[in-house]
Design a protein. Structure first.
Length: 369
């Protein structure tokens, strides 16, 4: 009875407020409507659907899955492409929504597409290292793609840290049948990491204590650190923009998709995180040729495949200088560096991705597949 009375009072108050706003000046009335719509988006609207391109699981390991996307064309290019994403967030950024999906684009262009999805790591995975990721996950996924497709060689695209991991795999597997490598906003040189250098300085950041205490690094901690690079833009900006454009249906859909993905982080295996921060951000071992994985030195000059290395001009997570440096150290005869006017994420979702990123990669791959 009390609940019904409260609900009735709430409805009555809402109706009275709506009636009151009719007497407001036009500008104030529009502001109220935007505010109400914004509240409805944040509180009432359901989550958008993501990762909708048809696919099948062809291999699993631990929590990870290797997906094969169902072809949509009669003819499929003979060189398959494997997509490798970072150990942060989920890889459906590559297949966010119909009409703005990199996976959908590749499939419709006749490519045979595969994706390695790490899954969601748990406490029992805290001892996983880059050594395991490279040898027991990426290497085995490559073999499974070749076996499933029947191809003799393949292309690999690594996005963000996925590209850094892919470069390590390629450097350690000189005889692997890699025809093409595409690195998308992947950091290789950590001599200048912007604000990350201050955040992760070993004088101030208690790396070992954090890992020994937490086991895995929580996604909220990583998300907070990323957002602190541009705090006003990242913490306040999305909601101010939503309020301003709450009457734009297309914008609202894009906003909801992006916010879902940004908030959908995964735990970072503790030992892998220890390597990522110490060996890369603090000691810059990869580009120096000092990184060791399972006792083997990683020498990126061993990379001889065709390489397309892409940075984003507005990227503050993997700055262009961190990306471009790789081309000076690899032995590939066919290597190209491209910088696209976008950000770390907008290079894969949004107008810039549709206009520039997808066609750039598609054209380069077609000529080599």
């Amino acid at each position: 009875m009390l609940l019904d009375r409260k609900r009735g009072n709430s409805v009555f108050s809402s109706q009275r407020l709506e009636a009151t706003t009719e007497s407001f000046p036009q500008g104030l009335k529009e502001s109220y409507k935007r505010l109400k719509r914004t509240a409805d988006i944040l509180i009432k609207d359901g989550e958008p659907l993501v990762g909708q391109s048809p696919k099948e699981v062809i291999w699993t390991k631990n929590k990870s899955k290797l997906y094969h996307y169902i072809p949509t064309t009669k003819k499929v290019k003979k060189t398959p492409i494997l997509l490798v994403y970072a150990l942060i967030n989920k890889p459906y950024i590559l297949d966010l929504t119909k009409g703005n999906s990199f996976v959908e684009y590749l499939v419709n262009e006749g490519f045979d597409v595969y994706l390695l999805d790490w899954g969601t790591f748990a406490h029992e995975d805290r001892h996983l290292k880059f050594d395991d990721i490279v040898y027991d996950y990426i290497a085995k996924a490559v073999n499974r793609v070749l076996r499933f497709s029947g191809a003799k060689e393949l292309s690999i695209l690594g996005y963000c840290m996925g590209g850094t991991l892919t470069s390590i795999y390629a450097a350690l597997h000189e005889d692997a049948p890699i025809k093409n490598l595409i690195f998308l906003t992947s950091p290789f040189d950590f001599s200048d990491t912007g604000l990350y250098g201050s955040f992760l300085n070993e004088k101030y950041f208690a790396l070992d204590k954090a890992i020994d205490t937490l086991g895995n690094i929580p996604p909220e901690m990583i998300d907070f650190g990323n957002k602190m690079l541009k705090p006003i833009t990242n913490f306040v900006g999305p909601y101010v923009t939503l309020l301003d454009r709450s009457d734009n249906t297309a914008f609202i859909k894009s906003w909801q998709l992006m916010q879902k993905w940004v908030a959908d982080g995964i735990p970072f295996p503790g030992e892998a995180y220890r390597q990522w921060i110490r060996d890369f951000y603090q000691q810059n071992k990869l580009i120096k040729g000092e990184l060791e994985i399972r006792g083997k030195r990683v020498d990126v000059s061993n990379i001889k495949a065709n390489v397309l290395n892409i940075s984003a001009t507005k990227d503050h997570i993997a700055m262009p200088c961190q990306v471009e440096a790789l081309n000076e150290h690899i032995s590939s005869k066919d290597k190209q560096y491209v910088s696209i006017p976008s950000g770390h994420v907008s290079i894969m979702f949004g107008p810039a991705s549709l206009k520039t990123t997808y066609p750039t990669i598609g054209k380069w791959l077609k000529e080599r597949s």
